[in-house]
Ligand binder design. Structure first.
Ligand SMILES: C[C@H](O)[C@H](O)CC(=O)C(=O)O
Ligand SMILES: [Mg+2]
Length: 397
């Protein structure tokens, strides 16, 4: 059978751009996302008030563009900044240029195994994820199909969302199904900080009533003992889940925490985990109830499909870390992803604003906590790159 002709990949380009974007948080002063959030660095008083003080935004945004011979451009936005640009242009591009963009599996395999000696997780898999997402965007644009069609098609007509931000009470009014708050005080702030945490939860419970989901994002800040005591104290205030309570490397600690928390309270984690192998550990060691891969960090859509299949076979939910359209197209296609995260990037946060502003144009946002899948029915991931920003291409090849 003669192969259908398909344009090959002509160029791969990688750019940085400063400001905005959801993660990692190049936001202005006074934003809730940089206001005394508990972190593993909170043990140092000088780094307690602001995550930017210890460098959460040091890498900045990565934009990957993949241009086909016919001029069609797929792109993706994630994190990784200048070091990721180096990896993309000087190392990964060779596995794409001149290739048929449909050979996604082989390209992923070569990107992963060629970098394995210095990669496996973190920045390198973050860079691979950016390339993978840009490749799926290109494929969708070449085929004039939304990515969710390429992933097998939607299993439901709309997505429903919980909101992450400091104001679950506002999230409730905006129609979200739940609110996930940042934990503000870590173990180094002692009993006083512990009581402040519980008081904040109790106050929020009083504001939202008994049925609205309330969760805590602990951003790796705790140890098993503190997390256990916090979960037990939070139980009477109806905490639905405790997220990323301890270091992502401490699989044993997660397994212990999951055994320790009160019945029906969920343990969630995974936004800083990567690849099928990392998630296999979380799943096989019974570390959590919901896994939360970030599609821009865990290996891209190609890898997320494998991670999700592992979770499905174990009866676990996959609720990706908030990454806008890059996770929505996936969530729409999986029964074990029954809802999605919306990260509130409004400083208050008192309004729904696009997560990847100002980089993305046409980014859909939930209305009344919901998004019809038809809002995703555009080629690729259905968004365009805002070309009016100040992009920098540090490592052209
Ligand atoms: C609010 C959290 O500290 C973090 O910035 C985002 C996150 O972990 C999540 O959305 O989940
Ligand atoms: Mg989180």
């Amino acid at each position: 059978m003669a192969a259908i002709s398909f344009p090959r990949i002509a160029h791969v380009r990688a750019f940085t751009v400063r400001g905005g974007g959801a993660d990692y948080h190049d936001q202005g002063a006074g934003h809730w996302i940089d206001d005394h959030i508990a972190t593993p660095m909170s043990r140092y008083p000088e780094y307690r008030q602001s995550r930017q003080s210890f460098g959460i935004n040091v890498l900045g945004t990565l934009v990957v563009e993949i241009e086909a011979e016919d001029g069609t451009i797929g792109f993706a936005v994630t994190t990784g900044g200048e070091p990721a640009c180096f990896i993309v242009e000087r190392h990964l591009a060779r596995f794409l240029e001149g290739r048929d963009p449909r050979v996604v599996e082989k390209i992923w395999d070569q990107m992963y195994f060629s970098t394995q000696y210095y990669g496996r997780k973190g920045l390198v898999v973050n860079a691979i994820s950016g390339v993978d997402l840009a490749l799926w965007d290109l494929l969708g644009k070449l085929r004039q199909e939304p990515v969710h069609h390429l992933l097998g098609g939607a299993v439901r007509g709309e997505l429903q969302f919980y909101a992450t931000g400091a104001r679950p009470d506002v999230a409730k009014k905006l129609g979200f199904i739940g609110g996930k708050m940042p934990l503000h005080h870590g173990p180094a702030e002692g009993l006083e900080g512990f009581h402040k945490n519980i008081a904040e939860l109790a106050e929020m419970r009083a504001r939202v009533g008994p049925d609205f989901w309330l969760m805590w994002d602990c951003w790796m800040a705790l140890d098993v003992d503190y997390a256990t005591r916090l979960a037990i104290a939070a139980h009477e205030h109806g905490l639905k889940w405790i997220e990323e309570a301890i270091s992502p490397d401490d699989y044993w600690g997660y397994a212990e925490l999951r055994r320790n928390v009160p019945r029906r309270m969920l343990v969630t984690t995974g936004e800083h985990e990567a690849t099928r192998w990392g998630f296999r550990l979380l799943l096989e060691m019974e570390c959590c109830d919901i896994i939360q891969p970030d599609v821009g960090w865990c290996g891209g859509v190609t890898e997320l499909l494998k991670i999700s299949a592992l979770a499905d076979a174990r009866g676990k939910l996959v609720v990706p870390h908030g990454s806008s359209v890059y996770s929505y197209h996936f969530v729409a296609t999986r029964h074990n992803s029954p809802f999605a995260e919306f990260l509130m990037m409004h400083p208050g946060p008192t309004e729904v604003v696009p997560m990847f502003h100002p980089q993305l144009i046409g980014e859909p946002v939930p209305v009344n906590g919901r998004l019809p899948v038809s809002a995703l029915d555009k080629p690729g991931f259905g968004v365009e790159l805002n070309r009016d920003l100040n992009y920098h291409r540090p490592y052209p090849h």
